[in-house]
Design a protein around this ligand. Structure first.
Ligand SMILES: O=C(O)C(=O)C[C@]1(C(=O)O)C=C[C@@H](O)C=C1
Length: 362
């Protein structure tokens, strides 16, 4: 009969040997990444070595090669971390986000830049734009859209007045928890959360805490920080905030929609080359005359450029003037997109390329 102890030892020996190989290969990879950095030029800072288009290409190859048992998301996460550590050998990237620590924005930073990047928690989305513009942060990560509630207008409006460029997008499945010092729902009189999060859990709150007062605060993590100091309060936030602020998870996955996903944009100061599967974000203002929007959009159809999204906002340049945020498939270097933009030149008042960036990975 097989001795289970000796077969466990054999399996562990095998795992140890694989770990040795993985570790050697990671070290070898890190040396080659250093070599790439040497070729790019010594003494530069992290932002000069960072290549989002190359990272997207590497990760797409990882997905193509993946045949389980780990999911594409897990494999991508592991390889992101390896690249993050390889890049941080020089000097970590500084990435601003809506803090404090424990927000979904911080999770989006980690998903896109890995844990070797230096996260800079900031007080507002506006501050993220400011710190990137001032060069105090290399990049920023800002929420732009939620699958259930649509566009985040503060973020769109900040693009109207800033020079920020979009360098990437991150999609994050958002699982909300009810966090408290208490073990159960009993005695919870107040619930803190960001307005968006309170909205995402509206039905759950109505059914489970019908008489609790819902208080909107600047971020979920701020809500968790407040709930830590009060024994009759709870906060709606991600599990990460619960760990940071030492709160118990009273209820998990309380979002009304099971597919609740938030899309974040990575903002920076420059444009990057094509990765092979890109999206371009444009900001277009039109003259206030009949048919103007039609004239601006028809070149996309004529040049076979597929439009993914359109959102209008008051342009702040005059009453009833609108700015259109338009996302299209492809990179600004693509001939078809160049041709479409040339066609719309005479009809649009202003066309600004906010960025061309790799489509979000799993
Ligand atoms: O290929 C490069 O240009 C590298 O610098 C190497 C590497 C990597 O680890 O694969 C590291 C950082 C860049 O953002 C992209 C890729």
């Amino acid at each position: 009969m097989n001795d289970p102890k000796s077969s466990l030892t054999q399996v562990r020996d095998r795992i140890d040997s694989i770990d040795r190989q993985i570790q050697e290969l990671i070290s070898e990879r890190a040396n080659w990444a250093r070599e790439v950095a040497r070729v790019k030029g010594e003494g530069l800072s992290a932002i000069d070595y960072y290549r989002p288009e190359r990272e997207a290409h590497v990760l797409r190859m990882v997905v193509d090669r993946n045949h389980g048992p780990l999911s594409d998301t897990e494999m991508v996460r592991l390889f992101r971390e390896i690249m993050s550590s390889c890049l941080a050998q020089e000097d970590p990237l500084k990435v601003g986000y809506l803090g404090p620590e424990g927000t979904f924005s911080e999770q989006a930073v980690r998903k896109h830049f890995g844990h070797a990047a230096y996260g800079l928690p900031l007080g507002s989305i506006e501050e993220v734009f400011q710190e990137v513009a001032a060069g105090h942060a290399d990049f920023g990560v800002v929420p732009v859209e939620n699958s259930g509630q649509g566009m985040i207008q503060i973020t769109l409006d900040l693009f109207l007045t800033s020079e920020a460029r979009i360098c990437g997008e991150v999609e994050l499945r958002v699982h909300q928890c009810l966090l408290s010092q208490r073990e159960s729902l009993e005695g919870i009189k107040r619930v803190y959360g960001h307005a968006q999060s309170l909205q995402q859990c509206k039905t759950w709150l109505r059914v489970n805490l019908p008489s609790a007062e819902c208080i909107a605060v600047s971020s979920n993590a701020e809500g968790a920080r407040l709930a830590r100091h009060t024994d009759d309060a709870a906060a709606i936030a991600g599990a990460a905030a619960g760990k940071v602020y030492g709160l118990k998870t009273v209820a998990d996955a309380i979002e009304d929609r099971a597919d609740n996903t938030t899309r974040f944009l990575v903002i920076g100061r420059s444009l990057f080359p094509p990765s092979g599967n890109d999206r371009t974000s444009l900001l277009i203002t039109v003259n206030d005359k009949p048919g103007a929007l039609y004239d601006v959009l028809s070149p996309f159809a004529k040049r076979n450029v597929s439009m993914n999204r359109i959102e209008s906002r008051p342009a702040h340049t005059g009453k009833w003037q609108y700015a259109f945020f338009i996302d299209v498939s492809g990179h600004i270097d693509d001939e078809s997109l160049q041709a479409a933009l040339k066609d719309m030149g005479p009809v649009a008042e202003q066309v600004r390329v906010l960025g061309s960036y790799p489509v979000a990975l799993p």
